[in-house]
Design a binder for this molecule. Structure first.
Ligand SMILES: [Mg+2]
Length: 121
């Protein structure tokens, strides 16, 4: 099983992401409802992909991306940002911090599934 960490403070969006992932074979999801919880889970799980929101209380998604990409233990893990912030500036910021993909909400489930398979195989 491939394991995906979702960091998303909206329970509604989190369940949409979980449903999208679980309709693929061979994936399981670890859910974090804040950036802080995501950081707490990182050392406990062998992860194949991280998907993070940007706007979250405590540690935001960009801080999470920055932490992951500067850590020898986690920098190799593919990472997607999914955000309501769709401006070119936000996208560039996310990608320059090291996110592999930047998707804008509402996301296209089929495209997300394609990207998940691409980055985890
Ligand atoms: Mg949010």
């Amino acid at each position: 099983m491939k394991r995906i960490l979702i960091a998303e403070d909206s329970a509604t969006m989190r369940s949409m992401l979980v449903a999208t992932i679980q309709s693929l074979d061979g994936f399981e999801v670890v859910e974090a409802s804040s950036g802080f919880e995501a950081l707490r889970l990182l050392p406990r799980e062998r992860l194949d992909l991280i998907i993070t929101d940007i706007n979250m209380p405590d540690i935001n998604g960009l801080e999470l991306v920055s932490f992951v990409r500067t850590s020898d233990n986690y920098r190799h893990i593919p990472l997607f940002i999914i955000s309501t912030e769709g401006s070119e500036r936000d996208r560039e910021k996310g990608l320059s911090l090291g996110a592999n993909e930047y998707l804008v909400k509402p996301f296209d489930p089929a495209r997300l599934q394609d990207l998940i398979v691409k980055y985890t195989s």
